[in-house]
Design a protein around this ligand. Sequence first.
Ligand code: LMR
Length: 394
Amino acid sequence: MFETLQPAPADKILALIGLYRADTRPGKVDLGVGVYKDRDGRTPVMRAVREAEKRLLAGQDTKTYLGLAGDTGFNAAMIKLAFGDKADLSRIRAAQAPGGSGALRLVAELLQRSRPGATVWLSDPTWPNHLPVMRAAGLQVREYPYFDAASGAVRFNDMLAGLKTANSGDVVLLHGCCHNPTGANLDAAQWAKVADVLLERGLLPFVDIAYQGFGEGLDADAAGLRLLAEKVPEMVVASSCSKNFAVYRDRVGAAMIMAKDGTQADVAMSQMLAAARALYSMPPDHGAAAVRMVLEDADLKKDWESELEEMRLRMLRLRVAFAEALRRQSNSDRFDFVASHRGMFSRLGLTEAQVERLRTEHAVYMVGDSRINVAGLPEDGMDELAKAIVSVLD
Ligand code: LMR
């Protein structure tokens, strides 16, 4: 059976975890996989989540099945977190999913059931796993221009021009906030223009919101999604709790549908749940139950929000300090964009060879496209790091 197989290429982001762990050099720097880290390089369980887990352990008296949609209280809380208080709940549905990737796949399966072989437009560049997830569901993939490596900004006019070539019924995947891998995001006016083009061309927005709370704040990060929800008749959303609740390995996410009316929403939801049944049946409960408890309890929610805000502000400070160090070491403003980007990532604009040299010569790990995880920046070693980066530039 297996003699026909060739080894699968390693995932470029996840492969870094093993490489970094195996590196014995002191002072190694991990700017690779998108996991939040504190000053000491640890990824702690958040206080409110830990408390919720304690309560779960004490109070949970059964582990019987919940059903294909998972925890319905979690789903309602996730709709509120993404769509806000003003959402038209009569036509929005959500299914708990195994992480953000699971949510993306569930939505992709729904799209495939609605319009087999539909085209999904991805930003160029985008998170590398978007492509295989869409293709695995049977969807076609095309790209719209997004990022200008030279300036570190969004190529907004090119993006709009690209979207205007899409056909009615195509799907446009948008990063709700904290664009991965670039850190360059749309502002409110740009979201409004994107919404106009989606409407004009009859395109379905598919919002991937995996970093809510890491950019400008919990509500501000959902502003683009909420603006779309006011303007367009239908949309789909994949959200993740991996980062903002730090429940990475517990696999917690939600796949959401906003349909034209409640009847269509119910039908679409039934198809999405049928897809879930064939993929994995029911999602894992523990992490979602903890998240639900945090979101439903006023004190736990407040504590979670304040810890999340501390993480966000720390990443902002690191951005500024890193941009300043790069300015000092390079005597140029080439990397100033790092300070204005938002979210967990920025893409520095280095070549693969330069990234490789950073790893082999300086024990600095980042994704091959020069994406850095801002949370991994060494607070006390910014100038050393900036110096290493400048040393590989030519
Ligand atoms: C990342 O982009 O680094 C994270 O989302 C982890 C992953 O699964 O790729």
